[in-house]
Design a protein around this ligand. Structure first.
Ligand SMILES: [Mg+2]
Length: 317
């Protein structure tokens, strides 16, 4: 996967590895080292330099296993003109159980991989009815834990404006805010809108309409393109930044952000946070099937009307 970036000496301070690559290549593909210098030091990410592009926009994505990497980068840039954006699931917080987790969702959608990187087949009988209803129920029941022990301290140390940008639906806001608070995260003071105000609106893109919301610093975009939605939020809230630092565990979110920010001429420093394993094991699958059976049993035994609706595919979310 290629990331395009171009730069000038005026607004880019290449890392040593980037610098070496820049001097060694002109208009070609190179391998840039990671920003962590830690466990994933051997990992590489592919970038392409377009030296013939006169644009001055920086667009770069680093793999990372430590949220501190992004904060360190933010501290090298001008604080007021740099926005720091964090995803939630498998970036700041992660599920304590497989059932209802981010990788469970991917498994339900038939795109999970096992430890060998092979696609895990999801049979029809393993798929839950009304996926988003079930997800909402699990969000209410489950708790989240930090992705790394010092997560809250790192996030708290950010000197910049911060946006929390999640693909979760606003229908899950109560459970989401509860788990952020439980994990010592509160972004009210960092909100781009005055205290007590925010946005709830419909946004249509590619024939799909999502109900998105931005409240208390947490932007919930219901699976919409995170790059386009961030630009929309900045426009609505009348904020402008020269640089955006974005940490997310999903490559496509980073790609979308890179694409959107490029159109807006905003420098982009992406961090592909891969500390949380996405591998789905046979034990995970067995546990998820058992949990879903138990949930179905509970509904059928004690919440018969909802059970009936769900079994008929009459989903509320
Ligand atoms: Mg995520």
């Amino acid at each position: 996967m290629l990331k395009l970036f171009s730069l000038t000496a005026a607004n880019m301070r290449p890392t040593p590895i980037l610098r070496a690559a820049l001097f060694g290549l002109t208009s070609t593909v190179f391998l840039a080292g990671c920003a962590t210098g830690q466990a994933d030091a051997a990992k590489v990410i592919t970038h392409a330099i377009k030296t013939d592009n006169p644009s001055q926009t920086v667009s770069v994505i680093y793999p990372s296993t430590d949220l501190q990497d992004a904060v360190d980068k933010a501290n090298t840039l001008e604080p007021k003109s740099t926005l720091v954006v964090f995803d939630i699931d498998d970036t700041l917080l992660t599920a304590t159980e497989f059932f209802g987790s981010d990788k469970w969702y991917d498994w339900q959608r038939g795109r999970a991989l096992d430890q060998q990187g092979v696609l895990v087949d999801t049979t029809d009988s393993e798929k839950v009815n009304c996926l988003f209803d079930v997800l909402g129920m699990v969000f209410e029941m489950a708790v989240n834990k930090p992705t790394q022990p010092n997560m809250a301290d790192i996030v708290d140390s950010v000197n910049n404006d911060v946006v929390i940008l999640t693909a979760r639906s606003g229908a899950y806001r109560a459970a989401t805010m509860r788990e952020l608070a439980r994990n010592q995260l509160n972004f009210k003071q960092k909100s781009l809108t005055p205290a007590g105000t925010g946005y709830h609106y419909d946004y249509t893109l590619g024939g799909r309409t999502a109900q998105v919301s931005y409240v208390d610093g947490v932007f919930m975009v219901q699976g919409m393109d995170k790059g386009i939605m961030l630009l929309d939020l900045l426009k609505r809230s009348e904020h402008e930044y020269a640089s955006v630092i974005f940490v997310d565990d999903k490559q496509h979110n980073l790609d979308n952000m890179a694409k959107a920010l490029k159109t807006a001429n905003i420098d982009f420093y992406g961090y592909h946070y891969n500390r949380i394993s996405k591998a789905v094991s046979k034990t995970d699958v067995a546990n998820a099937s058992a949990a879903n059976s138990a949930l179905t049993q509970l509904l059928e035994g004690y919440f018969t009307d909802r059970a009936e609706l769900i079994s008929q595919g009459q989903c509320d979310y």
